[in-house]
Design a protein. Structure first.
Length: 276
């Protein structure tokens, strides 16, 4: 326990980093950006393991670009089946409810009033109810909604993202936590990206803060449209060895992404104009 107590003491002193996001939604014909893949990117500002100005793709951008052809075709067929209008409506709803849940939990663990969230979007309350059992396992949050990056100088590849929470748990350990929403429990075949995301974030946190992540959990809040109530959340959990495997998968996909999509196949820098 002495070692764990020391890790917790160090963790409490960790700095939170605000994300500097760039969303590329169409081809850009400027220096460095020619041919860059559409998606979300992060610009390093004061991250300790990446030089200022370095542009890195997000974890989700890499996952999308390197997805198996079968997954890409399945998504295309789903759009064709339901129609673009309905597909876009469902996508917007998923983003809205996901942002809502993240906002509630961020304010809750930062000690802010969360009632305004329920007043504005009462239809999403069941998602919050769904994860109450899991939230009871959390002892104390250490970092909430913080930007991270992983970078390999020898291969000149890297990625960035924003993780949801790093917390100490009541069972004596501490864990990386991620929040998702769904209308129903997901089959194991649809959880690969969630596992890889946990491994990617854990790998980045370990590099940035020089600590070891013991476990990671993705809590999927579930709303049953038939009963209009929240069901018990589906929990996807990884231990230390699992996280190492998933981090390795993410590193391989990152290398492929840089080779296939990145201008010059290596990172580049831009100047961030912070204004006067």
């Amino acid at each position: 326990m002495a070692c764990l107590d020391l890790q917790i003491e160090r963790l409490m002193k960790f700095k939170r980093y605000d994300p500097n996001r760039l969303q590329i939604s169409h081809p850009v014909k400027l220096e460095h950006w020619e041919g860059i893949h559409k998606g979300r990117y992060y610009v390093s500002d004061d991250l300790p393991n990446v030089d200022p100005g370095i542009v890195l793709p997000s974890v989700t951008t890499i996952a999308s670009a390197t997805a198996p052809i079968g997954k890409t075709m399945a998504l295309k067929k789903w759009r064709e089946r339901v129609g673009n209008a309905e597909a876009n409506r469902r996508t917007r709803n998923a983003v809205e409810r996901g942002n809502w849940l993240h906002g509630v939990l961020e304010d809750q663990f930062n000690g802010e009033d969360i009632e305004i969230h329920f007043d504005q979007f009462p239809q999403y309350t069941p998602y919050y109810d769904s994860i109450q059992g899991f939230l009871e396992r959390i002892d104390e949050p250490q970092l909430v909604e913080s930007a991270i990056a992983w970078f390999c100088p020898s291969r000149q590849i890297g990625y960035a993202g924003t993780f949801d929470m790093l917390a100490t748990m009541k069972d004596g350990g501490y864990a990386l936590l991620d929040w998702k929403t769904s209308y129903k429990k997901k089959p194991d075949s649809q959880l690969a990206d969630y596992r890889m995301q946990l491994g990617a974030y854990a790998q980045a946190i370990e590099q940035m803060y020089d600590i070891e992540i013991d476990e990671a959990h993705c809590a999927i809040a579930i709303y049953d449209p038939d009963t209009k109530k929240g069901q018990e959340a589906q929990i996807v959990s990884l231990d230390g060895p699992d996280l190492i495997v998933q981090g390795g998968i993410m590193a391989q996909k990152t290398e492929k992404y840089f080779f296939d999509y990145y201008p010059g196949t290596e990172p580049f820098s831009i100047t961030m104009d912070k204004g006067s």
